[in-house]
Each structure stands twice: as C-alpha cells, then as structure tokens.
Ligand binder design. Structure first.
Ligand code: AMP
Length: 144
C-alpha cells in the first residue's frame, strides 16, 4: 500500500475539509505524511505602488505560520512541511519525485475554481504525476 503521501494544500478553508480525508488515508495505510504549499511569485511592480514591499516574503511568512499549525494538526515533522516558491504544478511534482511520494492528495478545485470542473492545479497534478493522485471532491459551499 502507500508508503509516503504528499498532501498539497492551498491553505484556504478547504484545507479543513481535506484534513479529515488525509488523516483517514494515513490511518488506513500507516504511510508517512508530507505537506506542500506553493507560493507563486508575483510581479513586484503590481504591489510596489501600494507601498507593500516584499509581498512574496510576506506570503511565505504567512504560509509558514499556517503550515506550522497544519503540521501540528496532522502531526507532521517540520522537515516534511514544504513551502516552495515557483510554479505550483512544477514544484508539487518536483517534491513528489524527490521525496519518492507514492500518493498525492489534493482538492478537486481551489477557491476560484468552478465546482463542476477539475481545477487547473488538480488537473496538472493528475496529468503530470508519476504516482497515484487522489483528488478529493470539495463540497460546493466550500469553494464558491
Ligand atoms: P485548483 O486546481 O487550483 O483549483 O486547486 C485544486 C487543489 O490543488 C487544491 O484543493 C489544493 O489541494 C491544490 N493546490 C492549489 N493551489 C495550491 C498551492 N498553491 N500549493 C499547494 N497545493 C495547491
């Protein structure tokens, strides 16, 4: 069965829904669990005029705080909590390969996704991953 699961999270409130599924799968398989959140780089000029410096740094800082909390909730070592900066799909697939992940768990669509369609990240993971992928169907009210 699965030995190492990677939970890809956008750290929105959907995460709460996914946590229960991740816990259950981990309980059934006894697999090791890692978590990943990717911060997409933003063009600096779009925020500079608002007086917000280093938006990326701030996003990473906030992500680290949420990730720390999530790590405690799911009992995941700090070393297995990945915060990456770059294109979401590429980073998730890279970490999955490096950590020899055999199951990636993600939501069916993010906050801005259409409920009937598979979101772009979920779609990209599904098409690009070399391992199994579990896309958890998120309830509509969670993401509209
Ligand atoms: P999306 O395809 O963007 O609508 O998101 C679908 C799922 O992909 C989410 O429920 C998460 O599991 C995962 N995901 C989306 N964005 C990120 C991100 N920035 N970092 C890690 N996982 C993500």
């Amino acid at each position: 069965m699965y030995k190492h699961i990677l939970f890809a999270t956008d750290l929105t409130e959907d995460t709460e829904y996914l946590i229960e599924k991740v816990r259950a799968i981990r309980g059934l398989t006894g697999a090791k669990l890692s978590i990943i959140h990717v911060v997409e780089p933003l063009p600096g000029y779009s925020y500079a005029y608002l007086g917000i410096e280093d938006i990326e740094g701030q996003l990473v800082k906030e992500s680290k705080q949420s990730m720390e909390k999530l790590g405690q909730q799911l009992n995941v070592n700090v070393a297995d909590q990945h915060i990456e900066i770059g294109p979401t799909k590429t980073k998730i697939l890279k970490v999955a390969e490096e950590a020899r992940i055999d199951l990636i768990v993600c939501g069916s669509h993010g906050r801005h996704g259409l409920s009937l369609l598979l979101g772009s990240t979920a779609n990209a993971i599904l098409h690009g991953a070399k391992c199994d992928v579990l896309t958890v169907r998120l309830p509509e009210e969670q993401s509209s």
